[in-house]
Ligand binder design. Structure first.
Ligand code: AHM
Ligand code: MG
Length: 337
């Protein structure tokens, strides 16, 4: 139990307290989360004034009145996270949805750091220009390459079940960080007056039964019969349909209210759209930590062994009952095919 006279428990206080539960823990994960939190607070500052500041909205490559290169918000977020993690003493390297290859840090501290971080710096970026919620998703693995040398691509290409921690920051009507370790999942709301993420959603649970489904139903004509059958079931039961088009926002609602989020394969995208390493694995880890489940339709997401850094996979994730109902429709379709 953390004791606090102010009742506010900051992310830092919380992670230090968690670390103390494990005598062998070194606190490196806590300090990594603090660095990610710092980067996200800076990203949040820019997101808040996105419409006001020249160069934040619009296309990369243009120049502003000072002749400086304008930066799109997702590129800004990517560079910021890389720079902050490069200066962190606990990160050996990063991989980002925005970059073709991994970035391995070669300074003396980083060579001996045991963690690598993968992130989608600004997920749902097509929503930036219309002021809908967007987010940053992150995933943390312990490296498998030996300490004392640069990390390798293999450190990043681990199966999701090896994750040490994963989370997201949602830039919504309030700004929140939700992160999970192997033992718990908790949410922290940014208290703007002190600039700290404070514990607001302890021990989050995804309801076992949900009645909200979240999918881009405009792709109906491209879906398999199994996916259509599942969506028909949802409509027959008059479930609510909610789709923001920003995975972080759609998953945040799914964790808070229960339901299912799906981005299935379709005739145009046979592997779906979302990336295994930057989106599906961290969200699957969060969903499972909250008691939910996540599958490609044939396999548990966290069991997949990645075959490429930017691999895409179909995903069905959220409340167990709904994910199982989707699986039943997909299996029936496969059996009759
Ligand atoms: P992004 O990483 O380029 O922003 O794309 C990912 C987003 C997800 O946040 C969201 O679930 C999905 O793409 C929306 O795709 P669509 O517009 O096809 O429904
Ligand atoms: Mg994304």
């Amino acid at each position: 139990m953390i004791h606090s006279s102010t009742k506010l428990i900051t992310l830092d206080q919380f992670t230090i307290h968690e670390t103390r539960q494990f005598p062998q823990a070194t606190g490196e994960l806590s300090s990594l989360l603090r660095d990610i939190g710092l980067a996200c607070k800076l990203i949040n500052k820019q997101v808040q004034k996105a419409g006001l500041v020249e160069g934040i909205l619009g296309k990369q490559g243009a120049t502003n009145v000072q002749g400086e290169e304008q930066m799109k918000l997702d590129v800004y977020a990517d560079e910021l996270l890389i720079n902050i993690l490069r200066n962190s003493s606990d990160c050996a390297g990063v991989a980002s949805e925005e970059n073709d290859d991994v970035v391995c840090f070669d300074d003396a501290y980083s060579l001996n750091s045991k963690y690598v971080v993968l992130f989608d710096p600004l997920d749902g970026s097509s929503n930036i220009d219309c002021n809908a919620s967007i987010g940053t998703i992150f995933a943390i693995y312990k490296r498998i390459s030996p300490l004392g040398q640069c990390c390798t691509k293999e450190d990043f290409m681990q199966s999701g079940k090896n994750l040490m921690a994963a989370g997201y920051v949602i830039y919504g009507s309030s700004t929140m960080m939700v992160y999970a370790t192997k033992t718990s999942i908790n949410g922290f709301t940014l208290e703007p007056s002190i600039g700290e993420f404070c514990l607001s959603h302890p021990n989050m649970k995804c309801k076992e039964a949900g009645s909200i489904y979240s999918v881009n139903q405009g792709n109906w004509n491209k879906y398999s019969q199994g996916v259509r059958d599942f969506l028909t079931t949802c409509m027959d039961k008059s479930y609510s349909h909610r789709y923001i088009g920003s995975m972080v926002a759609d998953m945040h609602r799914t964790l808070i209210k229960g339901g299912i989020f799906l981005y299935p394969a379709d005739s145009k995208s046979p592997n779906g759209k979302l990336r295994l390493l930057y989106e599906c694995n961290p969200m699957a880890f969060l969903a499972e930590a909250a008691g939910g489940m996540a599958t490609t339709g044939t396999e548990r997401i966290l069991n997949l062994v990645p075959n490429a850094l930017h691999q895409r996979v179909p995903i069905f994730i959220g409340s167990k009952d709904l994910v199982n109902a989707a699986l039943a429709c997909l299996e029936k379709d496969l059996a009759t095919a």
